[in-house]
Design a protein around this ligand. Structure first.
Ligand code: G1P
Length: 274
C-alpha cells in the first residue's frame, strides 16, 4: 500500500509543564489564538489527504472527543447569527474525517502510546503527529511533504531539524548518510542523548511515517531512556535494515510543549492572521 490513509495522535500525556492550565484541560486542547493545538495537527493531516484520525487518549481527555463532535445546544443557539462562522472551520474538519479513540491506561512512553494505537491502525503504514510540535509552512505542510516522500521510498520516515548541540537531550537524535539534499538514510538514533554523546545535532520532531512492522518491534522493545518504551529505540531496529529516513522538512516548527515555544507560536500566528 503506497498511500497513507491514517494518522495517529498520541494524546495521553499529562502536560505537567502547563500546570495548572492542564489540570482539567488536556494539553492538546490549549489554544494558539482560538484553535486548539490538536486541531492544527488534524488540519495538517487533512491537507496531506488523510481523513482517518486515530487518537490515543487517557483519563481526563474527554474534551478532545467533544471538540471533534457536534455541540447541538451551542450550534442551535448561534444558528443564523454572525457567530456561526466561528464554528465553520471545525465543522469542516468534522465533516471530512472519522475519529476513533482508544485509551492508554498507563503512561509508559511514546512507543507504548503508539503501540496502544495499533487497534485503530491495523496493518498499514500510518502517520504520527505529536500535536505539541506545531508546524507551519507557506507551501506544503510537513505531513504532506512526508507522505509524498513515502510514496517514493516506502519506509519509515522521521522529520528532523537542526538544534543547538546543548539541546540534544530534549530530543531523539539521528545520524546517517545524506542520500538527497534534505534526506538522510539513518544508521543510528539515540533518545535524548547528553550533548557530548549526541551522534549529530539533527533532532526528531513530532512527525513520523511508520510502517506497520513497527508494532511487532515495539512489542519487543524494552524500556529505555527514562524507563519508558521509546519509539526511537524501535525505529533503530528498522534503521539497522536501512528502512528509516530522516527528512529535513521545509517550514517552521514551534515546541508548544514549552511555555517559550507556545508564546512564540502564538505571536507568529497572531502576526500571520493580521
Ligand atoms: C518525543 C520523542 C523524541 C522526539 C520528541 C519530539 O519526546 O521521544 O524522540 O524528539 O518527542 O517532540 P517528548 O517530547 O515526548 O519527551
Amino acid at each position: 500500500m503506497s498511500k497513507i490513509n491514517k494518522c495517529l495522535f498520541p494524546a495521553a500525556g499529562y502536560g505537567t509543564r502547563f500546570l495548572p492550565a492542564t489540570k482539567a484541560i488536556p494539553k492538546e486542547m490549549l489554544p494558539v489564538l482560538t484553535k486548539p493545538l490538536l486541531q492544527y495537527g488534524v488540519e495538517e493531516a487533512i491537507e496531506a489527504g488523510i481523513h482517518t484520525i486515530a487518537i490515543v487518549t487517557g483519563r481526563g481527555k474527554r474534551a478532545i472527543e467533544d471538540h471533534f463532535d457536534i455541540s447541538y445546544e451551542l450550534e442551535n443557539q448561534i444558528q443564523g447569527t454572525a457567530k456561526e462562522e466561528y464554528l465553520a472551520q471545525i465543522r469542516d474538519v468534522i465533516n471530512k474525517c472519522t475519529f476513533s479513540y482508544t485509551r492508554q491506561i498507563e503512561m509508559k512512553g511514546l512507543g507504548h502510546a503508539i503501540l496502544t494505537g495499533e487497534t485503530l491502525i491495523g496493518q498499514e503504514p500510518f502517520a504520527v503527529v505529536l500535536a505539541d510540535d506545531l508546524c507551519d509552512n507557506e507551501r506544503d505542510g510537513v505531513l504532506m511533504q512526508m507522505t509524498k516522500l513515502y510514496e517514493k521510498y516506502r519506509c519509515s520516515i522521521v522529520a528532523v531539524e537542526e538544534v543547538p548541540k546543548e539541546e540534544t537531550n530534549k530530543y531523539g537524535v539521528i545520524a546517517g548518510d545524506f542520500i538527497e539534499d534534505n534526506l538522510v538514510r539513518v544508521n543510528n538514533m539515540v533518545e535524548k542523548p547528553d550533548p557530548k554523546d549526541a551522534p549529530s545535532n539533527l533532532a526528531i520532531i513530532g512527525r513520523y511515517i511508520l510502517t506497520p512492522d513497527i508494532f511487532d518491534i515495539l512489542r519487543l522493545t524494552k524500556p529505555g531512556k527514562g524507563g519508558e518504551i521509546q519509539i526511537t529505540d524501535a525505529l533503530l531496529e528498522q534503521a539497522k535494515n536501512g528502512k528509516v529516513l530522516a527528512y529535513k522538512f521545509e517550514g517552521k516548527r514551534f515546541d508548544c510543549g514549552s511555555v517559550d515555544g507556545f508564546v512564540e507560536a502564538t505571536n507568529y500566528f497572531y502576526k500571520k492572521s493580521k
